[in-house]
Design a protein around this ligand. Structure first.
Ligand code: ADP
Ligand code: MG
Length: 317
């Protein structure tokens, strides 16, 4: 199958969104953002064997590659709309491609995102790069830099589950019960798009969790030129992670494990009840885990005592 037949067969699907003047098939796509809104762009690349196990089912690879990009757009409080796909694959395996495309379009249509272009190349390893574009009300984008001393620090969901799931997956665990749930959190993360947009006017800063809560919170604090206290005993740990791992291991997964694609955000004191209401409306667990303070770094406490945590923090280089 040549490159163009491949694109037509797997990626060129009818588009209904009228903001898209020209989709796949020309040198570039044309989109018309709504007047008065700002364009938000993010790109994320995943490499087989680095970001996910080589033998991950292709549907999940497709789903996950979109979800992790949705999460970046969500973390800005923005609405995801259009995406392009740069795909490098070792061969045109139609079985793999068709399931990959199913996963990719499933995640995209759940978020009302259309695929408007891309590039297809052959290479030794599968590399998937998705550029996601969205829009946001000017002045409403939630940046990393807005946290101020006194703000509360909140996290959505139960961080640590994805990293725990990945360790079960690579350890060859059977996929039943709690393991199925935890592995599912790695394989099909849920970007918190609606919730993030709903807190756009009350959150002072936000970041999505890709490298681990501790490392990502540290990035938010660096941008905000502030420090934080973090109450480790308040970390929301899922029943599933506690059923499969010791409490201390669960805490390490929650602080140091990546791939959760939950949201960590700061908001000023008075907004607790509002945050509660928005969490309920979005059927989402949202937990206050700490406080922004003057200075720098993260001081962890557990049961009222200093808790020493050394972050393993995944870095590519
Ligand atoms: P060009 O050579 O001008 O860059 P290509 O021949 O590479 O264009 O691609 C033809 C069309 O197919 C373009 O509109 C491009 O955006 C689209 N395309 C290529 N690969 C993909 C892909 N993996 N997913 C979606 N669209 C793609
Ligand atoms: Mg090209």
């Amino acid at each position: 199958m040549d490159e163009f037949a491949l694109i037509r067969r797997f990626f060129d699907r009818p588009i209904e969104d009228e903001s898209i003047r020209l989709g796949i098939g020309d040198d570039a796509a044309l989109v018309g953002p709504e007047p008065g809104r700002e364009l938000v762009c993010a790109v994320d690349t995943i490499v087989a064997g680095t970001h996910y196990p080589q033998d991950l089912p292709p549907f999940d690879v497709g789903y996950r590659s979109v979800a992790i990009n949705l999460s970046d757009i969500a973390a800005m409080g923005a609405r995801p709309r259009w995406m392009t796909l740069a795909l490098t694959i070792p061969n045109a395996d139609t079985g793999w491609l068709s399931l990959f495309a199913e996963g990719l379009f499933t995640a995209a249509s759940e978020a009302n995102v259309s695929l408007i272009g891309g590039d297809t190349t052959r290479g030794e390893t599968t590399v998937i790069s998705i550029q996601l574009m969205g829009d946001v009300d000017p002045e409403k984008a939630i940046r990393r830099s807005g946290a101020r001393p006194g703000d509360g620090i909140f996290v959505t969901g139960t961080p640590g589950d994805a990293a725990a799931g990945l360790s079960l997956l690579t350890g060859g665990s059977d996929q039943t019960g709690e393991s199925e749930y935890l592995i599912g959190r790695f394989v099909r993360p849920t970007a918190r798009v609606e919730f993030a947009a709903s807190i756009a006017s009350i959150a002072s800063a936000a970041i999505d969790l890709s490298d681990g809560l501790y490392a990502d919170l540290q990035k938010l604090l660096l941008s905000s030129k502030a420090g934080a206290t973090l109450d480790v005993s308040r970390l929301p740990l899922s029943a599933e992670i506690l059923a499969k791992f010791d409490y201390d291991d669960a805490v390490n997964f929650a602080l140091g494990g990546g791939d959760d694609y939950e949201l960590c955000f700061a908001a000023s004191q008075c907004d607790d009840s509002e945050i509660d209401t928005l969490a309920k409306q979005n059927h989402l667990q949202v937990t206050r885990i700490g406080k922004v303070v003057a200075g720098d770094g993260i001081a962890c406490r557990r049961d009222g005592e200093t808790f020493k945590y050394t972050d393993p923090g995944y870095r590519h280089f």
